[in-house]
Every structure is written in C-alpha cells, then in structure tokens.
Design a protein around this ligand. Structure first.
Ligand code: NAP
Length: 481
C-alpha cells in the first residue's frame, strides 16, 4: 500500500469534505510496474455526483474577482512546485512513467495555472469602439456555471491542469472525475487545495468511481453547463449523444494518430533524436506521440539504423529506478493491443528491425520495437497503438505523403522534418492536424492553444483561446441617453 502525507484519504471530496460511502466495494489502484495494490479507493456514484453538483452550484453565489482568481491560480503554482517530488512519486507509482518524467508533468501542470493567472485580465469586460444603434456595447465573459471535468490516466495531473486552470480563471465551479486507474495523483492535488486555498465551499469537488453513473449525472443535472472531456474518441462520441438532451457544451480532447514525417533532405540524426523524446514519453502512451513514422524511401534504411541504435539504448523498467527511460504500460489490455499491432504488421509484410527484451519482468511491459516497410493497410496505421512501437512507413512523392498522412479520421498532432522550410510549410498547410510541428518533436505548451481537428475533438486548451473555454460571452448594450 502507498503511504504519503498527501494521501490522508482515499476517497472523494464534496462540499469541502472528504467523502466516502460504504455501499459498494472499493476500486483497487495498481502499480503497473509490480502489480502491487497501492490503495483501495472509495467508489462514489450517481448520488454523490448529484450532491457534488449541488454543492458546486451553491458556491456560485460567491463570485470571485479577477484578482482573487489570479491569487488562487498562483497559489496552486506554488503548492505544485513545493510538492513536485512527492506528487511525481505518487504519479509514477500509479501510472508507471519514469519519476523524472512524472515530475516534469507536475511542472507542465503548474505552467497552465501560471499562464491563466498571468493572463486573467483578458477575461475582463471589453467595450467595443463602435457605438451602433446609439448604444455603448460591452462584452462580459461570465462563468459558464458548474462544469464537469473528466480526465484520462495517461497524464494524471497534466490533463486536469489544462481544464481546471481555465475553469478557475473563468470562476466556474467544478466536479472532477479522474480515471479510476490513476486517481491518487488527483487526490494529492485536492489535499493541497484543501490545505492551502481558501475557496468558497463546494467550488471544487472530486468524485471517483465507475464512469457511467458519474458522467450520466453530469449530463442529467441542469446546473452543469459544460462537460470537458479528455479521452478516447469512442467515449467522446457517446458523450456527444448524451449532451443533446440538456444542450450541454462540450470540450472534447480525443484520440490521435500522429504522422511523423522525415523527408530525404532532413537531418536524420536530429530527426531520430527528436523521435525518441516524442515517441517514448509515457511509454508511447500519449495522444500526440508519433503513431506512424513516414520516411522518404531514399533514406528509409539509414533512418531505420539511426532509430534502432537509439531504441537499443533505452532502458525499460520500474519508473522509480534510476536510469529507466520507459516504464510499464498501464495494464494487460494495453500490452495486448501493442502485441496485436506488431503481429498484424508482420503478417502483412513488415520487417522486424529491432525488439527489446522484457521477458521475465513482473509488470505490464512491452519491449520497444522498430518495424520497417510497414504497409499502409496495417492496423497500426489506422488505430492509436499507445505503446513503444516505431512503425517505419516508406514514401516517395510529397503528394503521396500528404494523402497517406491525412488518411485517418484523427487530426491531433503531426511532425515534419526537412531542411527546406518552404517545403515543410507547404506540406503543413495541407495536413489536417491542429498541432503541426516543423523540425521539432515537441508537443503542446501552456502558452499555446491545443486541440483536435476531425475526430480528435473540438475546443481548445492552453493559450489565450483556452482561457475563454469556460466562459459565456454576455453582450450588454447600454443606451447612450
Ligand atoms: P477513456 O477510456 O475514454 O477514458 C477517459 C475518461 O473517461 C476516464 O475518466 C474514464 O473513466 C472515462 N470513461 C470511460 N468510459 C466512459 C463512458 N462510457 N462514459 C463516460 N466516461 C467514460 O480514455 P483513456 O483510455 O483513459 O485515455 C486514453 C485516450 O485518451 C487515448 O485515445 C488518447 O489519445 C486520449 N487522449 C487525448 C488527449 C488530447 O489532448 N486530445 C490527451 C490525452 C489522452 P475510467 O478510466 O474510470 O473508466
């Protein structure tokens, strides 16, 4: 069992009280590196979610000034920084990623609160210059109301930070549902908020449990105006249907299928270096990591060698151990999916260039693997692999490349490597991906908007665009008389 000063409770948080129920069996949280049970979480459901929404709604009667909200946001930055090591440890134990990477995720999370705090004045009222109809027109950015925030397991603190920072900036009240696979990191955040912030009672609430009873309650209750969800496209589509009845607004950050494109004129060593950080972060379990690596046929063999050299040097193991670059996958289902993708590609003619060795390791590991000559019809071109597989796909012309890269329902992230910037920009303009990077494998940052095109979702998180995500514009014309 896990022990931490930041985890005095293994339950939800409603109306400023740690809350449990004895109705149902708890949810075990497992360390994927060892299979050890870290905690048994009190399982909350519909009743508690409705109670949390009521508490959140009541808190809206105490609106906060921009200055007050800025102070809360900066206080969260301070407590995250002061506790980054312990939060990082908890995160690694329940997720599996290397502890340095987990602490980096805490820094990333703090960046969203800092950005929203630093830019909160953008949410102030805006009086427009023109005075049509003999009126003075002012636009107020009102809080949307109670918002439901639903997050996945792959960034246990990063994903909630994107939503919560903007929701607090807008002065909304929140009901948060983390993934039941990784709820401990979120509990540690709530412990810190409970200890250090003096928020109106019921402003932030946490419910942990099976997804459906909780999300159904969010859609059912009229006070909830926005549900912001990060997770799979499959669940996102289900939420779109559910949102119709109450005409709820949705922000959907859904699945990806990122192309990583290496042209024949690219610096191949640099492109291979960037691929390591991009592909293997979180063990390859990120929505923005390269899922399909397109390499110009003239440099395909050389690039495969360079990538293999680097993948061979990766150390797989328990994220708490020093020197480890790749932890376990989240569970057995995740391992099965990667295995299925590798076998399918091999059956269709791909060549195994390299596969590491994780035999005999106790947790849910899959060895880093490089395949070349992966055909277009391989499953890994169609679905997110969400694991440490590098499938190398050869291409010839730019036009062929653009068609192949866009041949997916997803439109989240893409990466282009070429020495010819004009060519890179020309290709990027044709790619239907909302994050399209040139000569870098970098993912999102708090200062810039991030979201999806096509079935990767809608709405934006981060940047000034994300700051407005939880507001309602109210237009007030006042007669000039
Ligand atoms: P998921 O299965 O869709 O779960 C996401 C969240 O929804 C979890 O809290 C989950 O709860 C809950 N959930 C599960 N089934 C539900 C249902 N039927 N109705 C309502 N809620 C439900 O996704 P995941 O496996 O956790 O996360 C991986 C996916 O997230 C990948 O597709 C990845 O690309 C995507 N992702 C996207 C972004 C982005 O910014 N676009 C970022 C990160 C991840 P439980 O876990 O408790 O079941």
């Amino acid at each position: 069992m896990i022990e931490s000063d930041l985890l005095p409770q293994f339950s939800g948080y409603i109306a400023d009280q740690w809350t449990g129920t004895t109705d149902e069996a708890g949810i075990p949280v497992t360390n994927p590196a060892t299979g050890e049970t870290l905690a048994e979480i009190t399982k909350l459901g519909r009743t508690e979610t409705l109670r949390a929404i009521d508490a959140a709604e009541a808190s809206l009667s105490e609106p906060a000034s921009l200055e007050q909200r800025r102070e809360w946001l900066h206080q969260i930055v301070t407590v995250l920084q002061a506790n980054r090591e312990e939060i990082g440890r908890i995160l690694t134990l329940e997720h599996g990623k290397p502890v340095a990477e987990a602490q980096g995720e805490v820094d990333y999370a703090a960046g969203f609160f800092r950005f929203c705090g630093d830019n909160i004045e953008q949410l102030g009222p805006r009086t427009i210059d023109e005075q049509p109809k003999d009126c003075t027109w002012t636009v107020h950015h009102r809080p949307a109301g109670v918002v439901g925030l639903v997050t996945p397991w792959n960034f246990p603190i990063g994903m909630i930070a994107k939503k919560l920072s903007a929701a607090l900036a807008a002065d909304c009240a929140c009901v948060i549902k983390p993934s039941s696979k990784t709820p401990l990191t979120m509990m540690s955040l709530f412990t810190l908020i409970d200890r250090h912030l003096n928020l109106p009672r019921g402003k932030l609430n946490l419910v942990v449990g099976s997804a459906n009873p909780i999300t159904n309650a969010l859609f059912e209750h009229s006070a909830v105006r926005i549900v912001s969800f990060t997770g799979s496209t499959e669940v996102g589509k289900h939420l779109i249907e559910q949102s119709a009845t109450g005409v709820k607004r949705l922000t959907l950050e859904l699945g990806g299928n990122a192309p990583y494109i290496v042209f024949e004129d690219a610096d191949l060593d640099y492109a291979a270096d960037q691929l390591m950080g991009n592909k293997f972060r979180g063990g390859g379990q990120t929505c923005v990591c390269a899922n399909r690596v397109f390499v110009h046929q003239r440099v395909a063999d050389t690039f495969a060698e360079k990538v293999t050299e680097r993948v061979r040097a990766l150390q797989v193991g328990d994220g708490m151990a020093s020197g480890v670059n790749i932890g376990p996958l989240i569970d057995d289902n995740a391992v099965d999916k990667v295995r299925r993708h590798v076998q399918d590609a091999l059956d269709k003619g791909a060549k195994r260039v390299y596969q590491g060795d994780t035999q005999g390791m106790r947790g849910t590991y899959y060895p880093p693997t490089v395949l070349s000559n992966v055909p277009q019809d391989a499953l890994c071109n169609d679905e997110e692999t969400f694991g440490p597989l590098v499938p190398l796909i050869p291409f010839g012309s730019d036009a062929e490349l653009v068609a192949a890269a866009n041949d997916t329902d997803f439109g989240l992230a893409a990466y282009v490597f070429t020495a010819d910037t004009e060519r890179g920009q020309r290709v990027i303009a044709q790619l239907k991906f909302a994050h399209a990077a040139l000569n870098t494998g970098t993912g999102p940052t708090p200062e810039a908007p991030f979201g999806g095109m096509k079935q990767s979702g809608y709405g934006r998180e981060g940047g000034i665009e994300g700051l407005f995500e939880f507001t309602e514009a109210q237009t007030v014309p006042v007669a000039n008389r």
